[in-house]
Design a binder for this molecule. Structure first.
Ligand code: M2E
Length: 252
């Protein structure tokens, strides 16, 4: 079944990004052991992925591990790395089943060789799938992303292949991560904080923002569906004065 909420496809987000926050608080509230909140959070993504595929969302990007997360206690970093390994291995049959392309963004050089190899292998095995693209941001930061793009242009200038005066936002936009996918339409943050936390800064320039108190392990597809309906409402007003919207509704 495609687009089960029956929203016109021009009112659907093409690219949804999610900051999956609240795992540690979920662990504390539910008296789980250290790191167990992340284990609970690991499984909350599956129904969200299935819902996005069935709704016709083209790209879903999730923040699994930020540039700043390296500063967490070493035991938590180690657990998250182990969970990443485990999750990638676990997800591969599902990617095949749903024909989902898996991609990773972030500073891979920071990750262990075996994790880098696992990521490259997962990308290669799913490269031809077109039902949806699932992007996992690991060791990712929006400022790193923009600096990394700037460095590539600077190297071209240094090599005499590019003139500095020819650099504009369109050109820089071709070198940030996900330059080949639609911009983020909808950015969701769970866990009750009202911050972007250095997620997809460039790619979210015009994104509609959604915040919820729900902790990530408690996040349900029904809440995402409500947000997508709200997104469609907001799109109907996009770039128009409230008077124009009223006039349009009257002439319908
Ligand atoms: C994820 C990673 O906090 C992270 C722990 C591991 C699972 N996770 C959250 C992810 O974001 C890889 C895949 Cl293939 C899917 C989800």
């Amino acid at each position: 079944m495609s687009n089960p909420t029956a929203l016109a496809s021009d009112l659907l987000p093409r690219h949804i990004a999610i900051i999956m926050d609240g795992n540690n608080r979920y662990g504390k509230i539910n008296h789980l052991g250290e790191g167990q909140g992340h284990i609970a959070g690991k499984d909350a993504l599956d129904p969200v992925v299935e819902y996005c595929v069935s709704t016709g969302i083209e790209v879903l990007t999730v923040f699994a591990f930020s540039s700043e997360n390296w500063q967490r206690p070493p035991s938590e970093v180690a657990l998250l790395m182990q969970l990443l390994r485990l999750t990638i291995n676990e997800q591969m049959p599902r990617m095949q089943q749903y024909r989902i392309r898996l991609r990773f963004i972030g500073d891979r050089g920071q990750l262990s060789e075996d994790l880098q190899a696992l990521m490259a292998d997962a990308e290669a095995k799913t490269a031809d799938f077109t039902a949806m693209t699932l992007v996992i941001a690991i060791s990712y930061g929006g400022q790193w992303d923009i600096a990394h793009a700037a460095k590539q242009l600077a190297q071209q200038v240094e090599a005499g292949q590019l003139r500095a005066e020819d650099i504009d936002k369109e050109m820089l936009g071709e070198y940030v991560q996900l330059a080949d996918t639609p911009a983020v339409d909808m950015l969701v943050r769970t866990g009750g904080e009202y911050r972007l936390s250095n997620f997809l800064l460039w790619q979210s320039a015009y994104a509609e923002l959604f915040f919820t108190q729900t902790l990530w392990p408690d996040f349900k597809v029904s809440e995402l569906a409500t947000m997508i309906a709200e997104f469609a409402q907001r799109q109907r007003r996009f770039g128009k004065t409230s008077e124009q919207v009223v006039t349009e509704q009257q002439t319908r």
